[in-house]
Ligand binder design. Structure first.
Ligand SMILES: [Zn+2]
Length: 228
């Protein structure tokens, strides 16, 4: 399945394996690391489509030069990316409703209207236009390019993240989005096959164990009393 930058951004808030919640973007070095691990995906986000590994397209060069390679994030960058993430997670929560959102931020989600405004404002900062290229040895490619050589790397980054979220939320994959309901899990994931309920087999196992525990350790009367 194609990777989705918006989903990966949302997933920087995750279960820490120890009952708590970890945030990969809790400090600026965390953002630097996250970006360097996604250089290719981010390059692809500007040159949106079939980006063959190893090829250097125009937009790849532009984005890489302007942004993530050797990009050391500061606190301003982190705050801006986290602001986009807040908007994405609020809209993910909206997308999965009436099912419950990820419990990680269910208590402090910004409103849908604010999230839309924030996302659209980020996308607006770098207007892009489509451009067709046709390599001699391959199929034609649709790319998005930004005019002008003096793009601000942070604007380019937040706009790419916002565009990814817009494409995802307005596209067919939105309907596959789920918040994992396994105990302690806080992930959003794309439901693959028909019966998939949890983000990973380990979550499925944990949920099954929790159900088993409940059935065998909670007195039947207790649940009956709470229902009455
Ligand atoms: Zn899970």
């Amino acid at each position: 399945m194609d990777r989705c930058l918006a989903l990966e951004l949302a997933s920087t808030i995750r279960h820490d394996g120890d009952g708590g919640v970890a945030d990969d973007l809790s400090d600026a070095p965390g953002l630097t690391r996250w970006l360097s691990e996604r250089a290719e995906l981010l390059a692809g986000a500007v040159g949106t489509t079939p980006h063959t590994a190893g090829s250097t397209t125009d937009s790849t060069t532009r984005f890489t030069t302007g942004s993530t390679t050797g990009f050391t994030a500061g606190e301003t960058d982190r705050a801006a990316v986290v602001a986009v993430r807040e908007a994405v997670r609020a809209l993910f929560a909206h997308a999965v409703s009436p099912a419950p959102p990820s419990p990680a931020d269910a208590q402090r989600l910004i409103s849908v209207a604010d999230a839309l405004e924030r996302l659209n404002a980020a996308a607006r900062r770098v207007p892009v236009s489509p451009r067709l290229t046709w390599p001699a040895d391959g199929p034609p490619l649709r790319q998005l390019v930004a005019p002008g050589a003096t793009r601000d790397p942070l604007d380019a980054l937040t706009a790419a993240l916002a565009r990814s979220a817009i494409d995802f939320l307005a596209g067919p994959r939105r309907e596959q989005l789920r918040a994992c309901t396994a105990p302690r899990c806080v992930r959003y994931f794309l439901k693959g096959h028909g019966r998939q309920e949890f983000c990973k087999p380990s979550c499925s196992n944990r949920a099954r164990a929790a159900r088993h525990y409940q059935r065998h350790h909670e007195p039947a009367t207790a649940s009956r009393t709470t229902k009455d």
